[in-house]
Design a protein around this ligand. Structure first.
Ligand SMILES: [Mn+2]
Length: 501
């Protein structure tokens, strides 16, 4: 059952609980929920359990400046409804209190059975983002209350190592939309690090391990705040001979890590995803990223959660990543197609948008999709194609006319996150779908393609600074009418769109 905030108004006696040792994201999430309930004339308590009360100075300052009412408790009279935020009821990091009904709002990986309804969005960078979306869905504007906007912004900021491991577009939306108080944020920032954490950082730096062949570095730190990991990886990247690096710590329930890259041959976001593959999640930006690897999933692979074994595993992954990645630059030479087979497109219905309908020719727009942000220069002959999975790619009018036929069918978007175009100067957000029309992909002269058995990074002619990644099972494709035009087609898209000819 899909959860809406308005479901909560059926209850009168509500307690909101975040995890023990709350962090900024937990505090912001609870604060937002109590704010909403107050608007519905429901006075809810906001609590957390555990041994210790909040003592970090940035969090004390946050509670004080943003007027967050939160209580550290050891006992709780059974409420009609308990809502846990930024954590899941029954998990080890949250003190268990009895309640008649329980609802979970979170962004971590689902670890056990969830009460119904619940709302856990594991691919979000923060629980603050989940609250932002839930409030927006009720027609509420977080900027109605600047303390709320500041809290949610700071929650996202601290949970994503200063926004560097943001990967969901909803997180980017909160980042862009929140009209936070910069004075407050500066104040929290300047109280971010405790003296103990400075000592942890110093100690960690002595453990740096380097690989000269692939030019990377890796550090294990003692358990600390994600932003300390970020700080350490920023420094590690400054070291001569280091192009990419990973800094991590082992926490109670897994490994938190931060990734940096100073080379365009490695997207930090992709390396982060690779590091956590099968065992958690990772992502972020081109140069900064991060992620989390679950302890139980590490152990499931037969790897004990000890310093030595975890370090060995991460070192191996990092090494393997650099060893197995091949890099291809499109547009430089004609591809030798002897290893390829010829395919033609089946006639599938896709969508298209003429970019000049959305924004002025000559301006630059950022296309925000689930796969990331792409900057394009608006020109009269530029089209965006919305593919079979809702994936987006640019196309020139000449290629558009030879590869697609217009259709009168209304366009239905198949993807999860509706693409948005943002004017890079004015910051205006323009939804793409109202402009989208249907077209049919036709065969044309087809492509040459071959399935990949290893990772290949292709720098296409569109964007020489950012590569497209193909992994095992995806296809490397070359246009039959232009053998220098090499690109990647995802396995699922390929299988539905092409047939051997
Ligand atoms: Mn969180």
């Amino acid at each position: 059952m899909k959860f809406h905030l308005k479901d909560l108004i059926n209850y009168r006696d509500i307690v909101v609980q975040c995890h023990d040792n709350p962090d900024a994201d937990a505090l912001a999430s609870g604060f937002a929920l109590v704010w909403y309930l107050k608007k519905q004339d429901i006075d809810a308590r906001f609590v957390y359990g555990g041994k210790d009360a909040v003592k970090k100075s940035n969090l004390l300052k946050m509670i004080d400046d943003l007027q967050i009412t939160v209580e550290h408790i050891t006992e709780l009279p059974e409420p009609e409804l308990l809502v846990t935020v930024d954590c899941q009821y029954g998990e080890s990091n949250v003190t268990k209190f009895d309640a008649e009904n329980v609802i979970v709002i979170d962004h971590h990986r689902v670890s056990g059975e969830l009460p119904d309804p619940s709302d856990v969005r594991s691919n979000y960078g923060s629980c603050s983002t989940v609250l932002y979306e839930l409030l927006t869905a009720e027609g509420l504007d977080i900027n109605e209350n600047q303390r709320l906007a500041t809290a949610l912004y700071y929650g996202l900021m601290t949970d994503t190592d200063n926004f560097s491991s943001i990967f969901h577009p909803a997180d980017r939306d909160l980042h862009d939309m929140a009209k936070f108080d910069p004075m407050d944020i500066d104040g929290f920032r300047s109280a971010n690090m405790s003296k103990e954490e400075l000592a942890i950082a110093g100690k960690a730096m002595q453990n740096a391990v380097f690989n000269d062949e692939y030019r990377y570095g890796i550090i294990e730190a003692e358990p600390c705040d994600p932003n300390i990991l970020g700080l350490l990886s920023d420094m590690l990247l400054e070291v001569d001979g280091v192009d990419t690096c990973v800094v991590y710590d082992r926490l109670e329930n897994g490994v938190k890590f931060s990734v940096r890259s100073a080379t365009k041959d490695t997207k930090a976001s992709e390396l982060a995803k690779y590091m956590a593959d099968d065992m958690g999640g990772g992502g972020g930006h081109l140069t900064k990223a991060g992620g989390f690897i679950k302890k139980d999933l590490i152990e499931k692979k037969g790897i004990p959660f000890t310093a030595d074994k975890v370090s060995e595993m991460l070192n191996n992954r990092l090494h393997q990543y650099h060893k197995e990645s091949e890099i291809v630059y499109a547009g430089q030479k004609e591809e030798d197609i002897s290893l390829y087979q010829h395919y033609t497109k089946t006639e599938v219905s896709v969508g298209y948008v003429k970019v000049a309908d959305l924004a002025k020719a000559g301006s630059t727009v950022m296309i925000r999709t689930l796969e990331g942000d792409v900057d394009v220069q608006v020109e009269e002959d530029l089209y965006i194609i919305l593919g079979v999975d809702g994936e987006i790619y640019p196309c020139r009018q000449k290629k558009f006319e030879s590869s697609y036929r217009l259709s009168d069918e209304p366009y239905v978007f198949p993807g999860e996150y509706p693409p948005v175009v943002v004017d890079t100067v004015g910051g205006e957000r323009i939804p793409v779908l109202p402009y989208a029309k249907s077209c049919i992909a036709i065969g044309g002269s087809g492509i040459y393609a071959r399935p990949l058995d290893h990772r290949v990074k292709v720098f296409t002619t569109w964007d020489p600074d950012k590569y497209y990644l193909g992994v095992e099972g995806d296809y490397l494709a070359v246009r039959a009418d232009d053998l220098t035009d090499i690109y990647i087609i995802a396995k699922s898209v390929f299988e539905r769109t092409y047939r051997l000819s």
